[in-house]
Write a protein that binds this ligand. Structure first.
Ligand code: NAD
Length: 344
C-alpha cells in the first residue's frame, strides 16, 4: 500500500461529504462556532484573496489582513477583517495564507527583509495558495523548513465568483500534519480538497497543467462561438447543445456563457495573470521535453489581447479576440474598471 502522503487523492470522504454539501457563504454562523476557529494571517487581498478572507472571517476566523494601501483599512474592517499595514502583526499567527499574483510577489513576502521566513514563529505554517512555479514552491518550502516552519502549497481551481461562493477546489501538498492543520481553512474556502503528497511542487504543477487546459478550452470556445455568430446560429442555443452533450465541464459552462453573452467584464482572471500561468506551464513542459503547441497559441493570443488594451479584462475576452479576428464587432463593449480592492 502506498503511503497516504504519496497518493494523489482527495480529503477523507466524511469530511469531503460535509464540505460538498455546505451552504454558500453566510454571515450567520452561530457565536459558539465562531469561537472555535483560530487566528490566521492573510496576504494578497485582491480579486481572489478578498473573497477568501471574507469567508474565513464570516465563519469564525480572526483574519489579520495585510494591506498596503492604508485607505482600504476601513473597507476591510467592514468585511470583518482586521487590517494591518505592518506584516509583523501577522508573525504570531499559527497559519499565514498568501494569495499573491506571482513568484516575485511570493519571494518578496517570504524572503524580503521583513519576510515571513524570518518573522513567523517556529512551527507556524505558510499556506501558499497562489499559482506559482514549481521552482518557487520548492524554494519557499526549503526556506521555511530551514526556519523550522511548515509550508503547504495549496493552489486553487475556481474564479473569484467561485471563491465568494466557497466553491473552490484546493490542490494541497506538504507534510501531512501541516495539511491537517490547514484542513479547517480548506473546508471554509472550497468544496473539495485533493491532497497530492508531500512535495509542494506537485500541487503547483497540477494547477499549471489545469490552467493550460482551461486556456485552450477558452480559446476554442471563443473560436467556435465566433463561427456560430458569423453563420447566424444563436450562440446561447449553440452553447446549450454543447454543454448538454459532449462538453459539460465547468469551464465550458462558465466561460462559454460569458463569451456567448459577450460579457467581457473587467476583473475575474485578468490577461496578465493568465499569461503568467500559460508561460509557467510552457516552461514546465519545455523542461520536461513536452511540446505543447496549442498552449503556445493561447500565449500569443493573450499577448495580442494585452497589446489591444484588454489587460484588465477576464480571460474570457479571448472570445472577444476570436470574434474580432473573424471580422465580428462586439455587440457589447467591455466597460468599467477593476474593483478597488485589486491592489490592496
Ligand atoms: P490580484 O492581482 O487581484 O490580487 C493580488 C493581490 O496581492 C493584490 O491585492 C495586490 O495588491 C497584492 N500584492 C501584490 N504584491 C504584494 C506584495 N508584495 N505584498 C503584499 N501584497 C501584494 O490577483 P488574483 O486574481 O486575486 O490572483 C491571486 C493569485 O491566485 C494568482 O496567483 C492567480 O494566478 C491565482 N488565481 C486566480 C484566479 C482568478 O480567477 N482570479 C483563480 C485561481 C487562482
Amino acid at each position: 500500500m502506498p503511503d497516504q502522503q504519496h497518493t494523489i487523492g482527495s480529503a477523507p470522504p466524511g469530511r469531503q461529504a460535509a464540505n460538498e454539501r455546505r451552504p454558500a457563504a453566510s454571515s450567520d454562523t452561530a457565536p459558539a462556532e465562531r469561537k472555535q476557529a483560530g487566528r490566521v494571517g492573510f496576504i494578497g487581498l485582491g480579486h481572489m484573496g478578498i473573497a477568501m478572507a471574507t469567508n474565513l472571517a464570516r465563519n469564525g476566523w480572526q483574519v489579520i489582513g495585510l494591506v498596503r494601501r492604508p485607505e482600504l483599512r476601513e473597507e476591510l474592517s467592514r468585511l470583518g477583517l482586521e487590517p494591518s499595514i505592518d506584516i509583523s502583526d501577522l508573525f504570531d499567527c499559527p497559519i499565514v495564507i498568501t494569495m499573491l499574483p506571482d513568484d516575485r510577489a511570493v519571494r518578496d513576502v517570504v524572503l524580503g527583509r521583513n519576510g515571513l521566513s524570518r518573522g513567523l514563529k517556529r512551527g507556524a505554517v505558510h499556506l501558499s495558495m497562489s499559482t506559482i512555479s514549481t521552482a518557487a514552491a520548492t524554494e519557499m518550502a526549503a526556506e521555511h523548513a530551514r526556519a523550522g516552519q511548515g509550508y503547504v502549497a495549496a493552489p486553487v481551481f475556481g474564479n473569484p465568483d467561485a471563491a465568494k461562493a466557497r466553491e473552490l477546489f484546493v490542490i494541497a501538498a506538504g507534510a501531512a500534519a501541516d495539511i491537517e492543520r490547514c484542513q479547517p481553512i480548506f473546508d471554509v474556502l472550497g468544496q473539495r480538497t485533493f491532497v497530492v503528497g508531500p512535495d509542494s511542487a506537485t500541487a503547483n504543477l497540477i494547477k499549471l497543467a489545469g490552467n493550460a487546459m482551461t486556456a485552450t478550452t477558452v480559446e476554442m470556445l471563443g473560436e467556435t462561438l465566433a463561427l456560430a455568430r458569423k453563420r447566424g446560429i444563436d450562440p446561447e442555443g449553440f452553447l446549450d447543445i454543447m454543454t448538454a452533450t459532449m462538453f459539460g465541464s465547468r469551464v465550458h459552462r462558465i466561460y462559454g456563457a460569458k463569451i456567448a453573452a459577450q460579457r467581457y467584464a473587467p476583473g475575474g482572471f485578468v490577461f496578465p495573470l493568465a499569461l503568467k500561468d500559460v508561460r509557467l506551464a510552457l516552461a514546465e513542459a519545455e523542461a520536461a521535453g513536452v511540446p505543447m503547441p496549442s498552449v503556445g497559441v493561447v500565449r500569443d493570443r493573450l499577448i495580442a489581447g494585452m497589446a489591444r488594451g484588454y489587460g484588465t479584462l477576464d480571460w474570457s475576452a479571448l472570445g472577444l479576440l476570436a470574434a474580432e479576428e473573424a471580422g465580428l464587432g462586439p455587440e457589447t463593449r467591455p466597460t468599467g474598471t477593476s474593483p478597488s480592492n485589486q491592489n490592496t
